[in-house]
Design a protein around this ligand. Structure first.
Ligand code: GCW
Length: 873
């Protein structure tokens, strides 16, 4: 099916690259273009490098690539090497396909790409003595030969990408000898793409797989994505939402989906699909989907056979069942193992697998019941089923027991399935973590779970989660397969929207390949690959990335409370109360006395007993439970003292003020890179950092006010409720604007905003009665998901700034998700000047304003444009 003529694929790749049998030393082709639009090359930027640092003398730079095999993946490897050479070394190498012994010229410096078997045939002395496993590679140098040896064809491709990575990072290849194999067999992304072209929890634009219920006719971006995935060793991609549309399994859709699989295949990425367990009823004509009904088993067998005819390397199924409204086996009194096994048996003859999600819970819990606890669900449901799953089933477990919060303890289920295959589910898309408008580099957080020690007694050897998911037998536990799944949700806008967020996709792949790598090392790799080797760029970007999770956590979810966001809305802005008094079970149990979920064995929900004894002991006791998980495990009074002697309530205040400050400091740090990173990236990221700095203030004010109200305990430092330079819009002179109450009240300053109804424009104004001087003026307003209101700011009758509320923040309501700010820097104000803001509503977005805040500035010498009228688009 795939192998056309032996070298037809290669010629095709080379023709595309315009590089067939060309000699070296030709003028460099233009650097990587962006044929597919914004963000396309991501970290495969292939920026020019100092070739002498890599290869030494110029004649050591290989000018020939020999591809030993006829496999399409090796052809891809050759094409990629050509691209890399062209961008990084300004060389277009000659490519020789096939092991013709006379082909390389004596004295040539050559890269040879092949599998171990091919190499053994060509020049046995060059092949490694030790067998390389599937997907593994060895890079080594023998004189003027640089050998890329794969355990198989995919390994050869991964080896080529690894060699390119070495070059991009300017590592010397003088003594090249590097062997590497993947940690686990499953290294997949999940994409929550809907067939209508939207992506659930996707923040990087619309789908490039689907549009209007159909597979896109142009799948070139799918191919480009597979290239990115392959470059970091990801070997599988589930292309549709776990809340699955059963119609995708209809024959005409499967045929179209096969085109995506074709686009993935040259990069060694296997396509898989999410399926609903009710499909035999939804699109088949069966009256049941009972997994134990033989008609259901036959239906799945037929469906799977049909899929493999179209997609011979199909990866398998991903299943969300009995979860958040998805039908499941409980409907028939059957278990997740029953549901998984019927699919697994249909897939097994073809080599496919079932990833069955442990994200099964009741979202109609009784919040009045102090023993009810959503965190218990996965373990309570799956632990009793241990050993009952078919060998090609893998239970896919979110890293924490709730749902991708800013900090969670590791899921106890990792230690609860000693005879069942396990994979970890990480979330690359930042659903609860700022939706790519806030910078959060996730590798440090993921590492905590991957390194989390689940040994069964203090005297036993360490048993990190990364070992439990490796698919290997460890500590008397039996596993045949395992791995890593990352919910990626890339779209057509810079893949993830924010160029810096791509470090998370990169880090996911690198950790899935080798979870012992450090988060800092991965950040540095990504930075060098993306922006080049300039030490200043590396320093600044690495620091921004490495500090970012802590900063975000400090203003959104202190002490293990989880992200204090609007859990019933878009999961973006602050709304702690939304977690309470409903069946979703993300309770924080904040009342006037204290805060936190009591999950202890002694007095709480007993969740802590799900951990192996050493962790149980650590979490159960207030003395040993780490502060950063305190309120996940315990309910304590606000006056409870943390390790450093600070009370819980004062910690909450302080950390929010610190976090907002740290978020603001990201702006000048990034500005220091102006001219050192591509302009489009610079502007895109700058805009996001400026937004984040403003939104961190929204978070800070909302959360501190909420807890001040709850606890009745004031901030020792008198910051909460006292905002210098702030003037509420509702207290200013209103012309047409009318005050409205905002809910939740803490998401607007003074609990109110003003809106402009039934008029083309309205204004608020006030007279400046403070000393003359230079000031920054911040205007806090709401930018709803609909409408593009227009604002102008005038000082003493002069237009200072004008902008549109065109960011389409993710809420239709005025609240902490839509609150944002516009700041004009270095405005000269004189006592008696009138400050006036005019708002023009657009449809149902009523030009809503919250407040203005005027703070002394450094004067016009500062880098921002001073006191000039500016017009944003
Ligand atoms: O975090 C929640 C999300 C849902 C998602 C669900 C899941 C796809 O809010 O959007 O549904 O998790 O993981 O299934």
């Amino acid at each position: 099916m795939l192998l056309r003529g032996r070298h037809a694929g290669l010629l095709c790749v080379l023709a595309l690259l315009g590089a067939s049998a060309v000699s070296a030393q030709q003028p460099a082709a233009s650097p990587e273009q962006e044929p597919l639009g914004p963000g396309y090359p991501a970290w495969l930027a292939y920026n020019p490098v100092d070739a002498s640092a890599v290869f030494g003398a110029p004649e050591s730079i290989p000018d020939t690539i020999v591809v030993l095999g006829g496999d399409p993946l090796e052809h891809t490897a050759a094409g990629e090497l050509v691209r890399g050479w062209r961008g990084m070394l300004s060389h277009v190498p000659r490519v020789i396909a096939g092991p013709t012994p006379e082909s390389p010229r004596a004295g040539d410096s050559i890269v040879v790409v092949g599998t171990q078997a091919e190499l053994r045939q060509w020049r046995p002395a060059l092949a490694s003595g030790k067998a390389l496993g599937p997907d593994a590679y060895r890079l080594h140098r023998a004189g003027n030969l640089f050998v890329v040896e794969g355990g198989d064809d995919r390994g050869a491709l991964y080896g080529a990408f690894a060699l390119l990575r070495d070059i991009a990072e300017q590592h010397s290849l003088r003594a090249l000898d590097e062997t590497s194999q993947p940690w686990a067999a499953i290294r997949w992304t999940n994409e929550w793409d809907n067939s209508n072209g939207t992506i659930e929890r996707g923040y990087g634009g619309p789908s490039f797989f689907f549009k209007n219920g159909h597979v896109m006719s142009d799948v070139s971006r799918a191919a480009a994505y597979a290239r990115l995935l392959s470059s970091v060793g990801i070997d599988g991609c589930t292309i549709n939402n776990v809340n699955a549309d059963p119609k995708l399994l209809l024959p005409e859709n499967l045929k179209a989906i096969a085109r995506i699989a074709d686009a993935f295949r040259p990069y060694g990425v296997r396509l898989s699909m999410s399926v609903g367990v009710a499909s035999p009823m939804d699109i088949g004509d069966l009256p049941t989907f009972d997994p134990l009904d033989p008609r259901v088993a036959a239906w799945w067998r037929n469906k799977v056979d049909e899929i493999y005819k179209l997609i011979p390397d199909f990866g398998g199924f991903l299943v969300k069942a009995d979860s958040e409204g998805q039908p499941g086996p409980s409907h028939y009194g059957r278990s997740p193992a029953d549901a998984a096994n019927v699919l697994a048996k249909a897939l097994a003859p073809h080599g496919g697998v079932v990833l069955y999600r442990a994200f099964v819970y009741n979202h109609h819990l009784d919040w009045r019941d102090p023993k009810a606890d959503r965190a218990r669900a996965a373990y309570d449901i799956f632990h009793p089923l241990d050993g009952k799953f078919e060998p090609n089933v893998i239970v896919q477990i979110k890293y924490g027991p709730i749902d991708f919060q800013v900090r969670e303890p590791l899921s106890p289920l990792f230690a609860g399935l000693p005879h069942t295959n396990e994979a970890i589910e990480l979330q690359i898309t930042q659903e609860y973590l700022g939706q790519q408008r806030h910078l959060v580099y996730l590798a440090p957080m993921w590492k905590i779970t991957l390194d989390g020690d689940m040994r069964s007694s203090v005297s036993a050897p360490p048993l990190p989660v990364r070992d439990l998911i490796s698919g290997k037998d460890v500590d008397g536990q039996h596993h045949t397969m395992g791995g890593f799944v990352g919910v990626s949700d890339v779209g057509t806008d810079h893949w993830l929207g924010n160029p810096l967020a791509l470090a998370n996709l990169y880090a996911f792949g690198r950790l899935a390949w080798n979870p012992t790598l450090s988060a800092a090392a991965i950040s540095d790799e990504w930075t060098r690959l993306t922006f080049g080797n300039d030490p200043q760029v590396r320093d600044v970007v690495n620091k921004l990335q490495m500090d970012s999770w802590h900063i975000y956590e400090s203003y959104t979810g202190p002490l293990g409370l989880g992200t204090l966001t609007d859990i019933l809305g878009p999961h973006f802005g602050p709304d702690p109360q939304s977690a309470e008094n409903n069946g979703w079970g993300q309770w924080i149990r904040a009342d006037h006395e204290g805060v936190g979920m009591d999950r202890t064995v002694a007095t709480g929900t007993g969740y802590i007993a799900q951990y192996p004894p050493p962790l149980e002991k650590e979490y159960e006791s207030l003395k040993t439970c780490p502060d950063n998980l305190l309120l996940f495990m315990h309910h304590v009074p606000y006056t409870h003292r943390l390790r450093d002697g600070k009370t819980v309530i004062q910690y909450i205040y302080d950390t929010h003020y610190w976090g907002a400050q740290a978020a603001a400091a990201q702006v000048p740090a990034w500005e220091s890179l102006h001219g050192k990173v591509p302009d489009a990236t610079y502007e895109n990221v700058l805009k996001r950092f400026i937004f984040q700095a403003g939104h961190a203030i929204v978070w800070r004010d909302a959360i501190t006010k909420y807890f001040e109200r709850m606890s009745g305990i004031p901030d020792n430092l008198h910051r909460v409720g006292h905002y210098s330079g702030r003037m509420e819009a509702e207290d200013m002179k209103l012309d047409g604007y009318a005050p409205v109450d905002i809910k939740p009240s803490e998401t607007a300053s003074g609990a109110k905003a003003v809106v402009c109804r039934d008029r083309a424009s309205c204004s608020v104004s006030t007279v400046w009665n403070q000393p003359d001087g230079w000031y920054d003026i911040a205007v806090q307003y709401f930018d709803l998901r609909r409408g593009e209101s227009h604002f102008t700011l005038e000082v003493a009758g002069r237009k200072i700034d004008a902008w549109r509320a065109d960011e389409n923040l993710p809420d239709f309501r005025m609240n902490g998700s839509s609150s944002t700010r516009q700041t004009v820097h270095n405005v000269s104000l004189h006592r008696g000047d009138t400050l006036e803001i005019t708002g023009q509503p657009d449809g149902r977005e009523l030009a809503p304003l919250d407040y203005i805040e005027v703070t002394p500035s450094h004067g016009p010498s500062a880098s921002h444009a001073a006191n000039h009228p500016t017009e944003k688009k």
